[in-house]
Design a protein around this ligand. Sequence first.
Ligand code: AMP
Ligand code: FE
Ligand code: FE
Ligand code: ZN
Length: 300
Amino acid sequence: MIEDRLICTKYADLHLHTDFSDGTFSPERVVIEANRLGFAAIAITDHDILDGIEPALSAGNQYGVEVVPGVELSAESDGEEIHILGFYMDWRDRQFQQKLQEFRESRRIRAMRIVDKLNQLGIDIEYDDVLKRADSISIGRPHVATALVEKGHVATASEAFYRFLGDSGPAYVAKQKLTPTEAIMMILDVGGIPVLAHPGMLQQNIVPELASSGLMGLEAFHPYHTIELSDYYCDLAEQYNLLVTGGSDCHGLAKGKMVMGSVRLPYEHVDAMKKARKAILRREREIGSTTNYTSCHELN
Ligand code: AMP
Ligand code: FE
Ligand code: FE
Ligand code: ZN
């Protein structure tokens, strides 16, 4: 019996982007690659868009891969960008969809401002080069980077970020961001599980503060994290009674090579999330629509 518990045969990747945001794979291709790599479960976590979920779910049915609905929201604290992942939220909720639509509209306007800045720097690039599919996707700096590569202004997307688009680059334009607490509340309000993405990328230790604002999990496993850092975040999660998640943050081939497969999260963490989700639903039923989600993480 003990041996059964020690040998993990099922793995998940809970951080994946599709071409509905800044990934290069369609949702179906993401599922196919995950299946090829032997993943039992994946989460689709596009930036500010949910349209990849439905096609991934049907591809998941076809290929026998469990698909967890997810999203990645951008927040800011002390001038630092903080990403909050949401899992198992009611992604069909109209108000939630509407809010994300507003974020995407502001991303589109921001992309135009980036193009203006590039033009002022003497770079020959037009809105249409960047905004081709902007109506149906969540546009971000990687799309501008791709256009710069296609037009021959830079050799790689990394060079585009390094020379122009990075946070201190000459064509940088900030995007509309929530506070981390607002992002957490947005996810909780639609019955989802808010998780701090790639905490190892942050300068500040914001975990204690966010744990008391309703955060329910930490992305302990991420390609950016060393083994030591992952261990540290697993311990921190235990300390604050938070769930542990992990994923490759794969953007298809957008960053040169495919990183899916580089992080394998034992499936027991997916089970733990599902248990937490059930507790939320139970609590919702018990106390009706006036749920105070801020204390939901205590239910883990
Ligand atoms: P945005 O949400 O438009 O600000 O774009 C941020 C996205 O750009 C991140 O989610 C990454 O996918 C990507 N990104 C950030 N830095 C780099 C970089 N140095 N090279 C390539 N892609 C990057
Ligand atoms: Fe991204
Ligand atoms: Fe992120
Ligand atoms: Zn991501």
